[in-house]
Design a protein around this ligand. Sequence first.
Ligand code: CP
Length: 305
Amino acid sequence: MSLDNSFLNVSQFNLDFYSDLFSITDHLRQHPFQNLKNHQGLFGALVFFEASTRTRMSFEAALVQEGFYPLKLDSKMGSSLEKGETFEDTLLNIAAMGPQFIVVRCGDDLDLELIAEKISMPILNAGWGRVGHPTQALLDVLTMRNHWKKNSDSISCFKGKKLLIVGDITHSRVASSHFTLAKILGYEVAVCGPDHFIPENISVPVFKNLEEGLSWCDAAMALRVQHERHQNLYEMNSYHELFGFHEESLKALKSEGLILHPGPINHGIEFSPKIFKDSRCCVFEQVQSGVLVRQALIRKLISNK
Ligand code: CP
């Protein structure tokens, strides 16, 4: 039973845990090749039942840096999933091979808590349906912290800061992880998007107008419009005009504001092509933070246990 030492939701840990995690990332950033671990012969499993570039490769980079061999299963192709083996049986079989931990990306159709009760090694959530994407939320806040912190071990820099999340909130596991993490770290979250992208009974403030939201916040995150769930092309064109980050809308964001996107980006829908040139854009910094935060997590939960 590995529920206690797994990382499935940001709610599992408190402010002290995240403060310590960020201190590890500071150390890793300042001394990238110091205290590297060598877990010769030990391996971690990377099991991605859904597509991924950033999360999959940054977890792999983090495993290698921490001295674990990455044992990988990417999507259905070439595995016995093609023959109809279930996701659960696949995970239970991989667990039987003896990895130190299993990193999993999956849909809502798999219950990772139930799997964690059946196996002995920790599971790290690499994006689980709409439930959450905890390491994405952590890399987002690590990126924000890099801009907001006053000293290297500061965790209080989040107090009073405001994050606006724009787009498809209803289907977003990134947004749901931020709603929880914000309460732990002390930042405020509001959302903005077309009515049909905002869940009923949402517990955070909703901006109907993007410029109003952008002038309220310290950091603005655009979410990917999930084409697989929204087929209407006309809506997408009007989406860019009303809710896209472009030169005109971003005039409302303060000069020291931050522009974020978890990726992958639909250019011309969430972002206009010039946004990468905006000095406030932190998209690639987020990816760098992703390797650091995942390495720090493995070090804290696995290597140092
Ligand atoms: N942000 C994110 O999860 O990207 P990938 O789907 O490429 O991993």
